[in-house]
Design a protein around this ligand. Sequence first.
Ligand code: DGJ
Length: 731
Amino acid sequence: MNIVYDQNTQTFHLSNKFVSYVIAVEEDKYLSHYYWGKKIKKVHSPSDYPRKDRAFAPNPDHIQDRHFSLATLPQEYSGTDIGDFRVSSYTYTDITGLRANHLNYHGYSIFNGKKTLQGLPHTYVKLEQEAMTLEIQLIDSSHGMSAFLQYTIFEDHPVVTRSVRFQNNGEEALSIKRAMSMSIDLPDSDYDLIQFPGAWGREREVLRSSLVRGIHTLDSKRGTTSHTYQPFLALVRKDTDEFSGEAYGFHLIYSGEFLGNVEVDSFSQTRVQLGINPEHFEWKLGAGETFQTPEVVMSYSEEGLNGMSRSFHELYQNKLIRGKHQYRERPVLINNWEGTYFNFTEEKILNMAEISAELGIELFVLDDGWFGKRDDDYSSLGDWTVYKNKLPNGLKALSDAIHKKGMKFGLWFEPEMVSEDSDLYRSHPDWCIHTPGIPKSRGRSQLVLDFSRKEVRDNILSQMKAILDEVPIDYIKWDYNRNMTELGSAAPEIMPGEVAHRYILGLYEMLEDLVTTYPDILFESCSGGGGRYDPGMLYYMPQTWTSDNTDAASRLEIQYGTSMMFPISSMGSHVSDVPNHQVNRYSSLEMRGHVAMSGNLGYELDVTKLTEPEKEAVKEQISWYKSYRKLIQFGNFYRILSPYDNKQHTAWIFVDQNKETAIYFYYQIMDKANKPSKMLKMTGLDSEKTYRLDDGRILGGDELMYRGIYLDPDLSGDYKSRCIVLHSIES
Ligand code: DGJ
């Protein structure tokens, strides 16, 4: 890994054994993008930006050369209204509202390691030699504004991370209206765009389309990342598939409103940007103040989408997720939500816990309904005291009783919300996000607390800490069940354009406090399922509830999409009842198990109603999973067959680091009469090794990967599955 500035070519070259990223300085003033992709050894000549006198392509003031224009220059961080007519990377104004967007190249520094991003989640290194950072300073001398473009390259990952720090060294306040975390201009547009749109119950669908002229936007204006889009996009070559071909991935480490733009310009260059959504954003930067944007991870793979995903999995597992649970095997849990919804008593919970313990379940999670006077979703959010009608002996007694059965105890919270029917709201009706004087929209009959205000956060924090200090709690499910509207704050010092970002900073501050005060607690993030499944939350909470849709067939699509960017150890996945509560579908217990076992296995049903044979089957699932969960949760994961291709089947494989053991899952979504034969090639194995399959076959890694195996012709019926374990043997 190295970062070199070459005076002759006026280029910065960041490289490691996998990738190179090259930036050129043009006309001593402009930063142009030169290269991002597979490693090149050395940059031999200066930028070869095609200089041409093009009509309607303006030339900057001081340059007499009509061949140079910002309208065509591939750039690193473009300004607004200065002759580049593509989407801009930043906009700021002075107090009179005049745009002042002349940030020009000024200087650089290169150092070992990586700085922390104060108050924001970010990738980190433990040792300085794990990464190097380039910081390029751009300056607007007439306003005293500087932007520091930060680029980090890691020793062991095909990845570059980027972010920007603005600094106002002038004497007047400036107003930042747009501050993208990164922008890059790729030299051509022969790509497909892959994005992950969704909705509640069908998160992160895989959508691949040809890139065409114009601006393609994916965003959130909902206060958080939301179900609607993932702050991730990939550009892949036309022939790229799961196994080979070039793939560029971009992911924003942030949990708030975001914007992703892909613009193909008139000369078939492609600009990609990610950052905070400017829609509701306006940040006053006083004299001497700084503003730090969130970080973007950019990865490059020539091994197709699986290669791209592995680079995100490895980076997030090793350099984003933190704390005691980072590499700890995740417990098999039971969550009572779909088993009881709000309708439970202490006795019911203890009965469920009793049977769960017999089945081998390790953690009991008490979901929504244990606090205030919560019998439905109309009341009590904000009042984090035990609901004695349901739990007359209190939480501590319940937790102790569950611990006595040999299980851990987990609890659900939705700390960011308030119900109008709550003591908190009655005492502080102005503590919610709202625009004073404008009617408030409700979502799930609740309002969002104004976490941009410290006193609001402190109130909730102290209520939570009162419980955590009294009750032995091993796990917290942190839920968030609506989006923000009427973005505003009753606190006069918080400007409307700052509320959304200050909210997220406040949330991060509170999470940092909780995860450092209670390092043993395993946190699982949730937002009506996977509505806030983003790398920002992963920095604080190592796992996420992937979706409220627990139907096995739907989960194939959801988990397939989720695995594109998120490691398996982060994916909560539960076996639930049939007919399924979200789609009314029946699927075999085996298939439900195999889908849930492809993530952090849990159960979400009333176990007291299981028949004896079902209990036996669940026991077996759990004990099997325990013996392979390390490999599943922390091994290498590869997708093989996509549920999106023809809705007929899905397959994936988990392989351990040494390629000694692998677990292959095949799911038959829709069966066919008189099925055509199909070979399935495995991947990720060692071609030199020989493997024994647990159905008795012995095959070489090369045979399994290059020839494949027949899909089981005898697997009959819809929603069925097969699992094959492979162990390497002496050949
Ligand atoms: C939404 C979550 O995604 C569910 O799992 C459950 O916790 C409910 N909220 C409870 O209200």
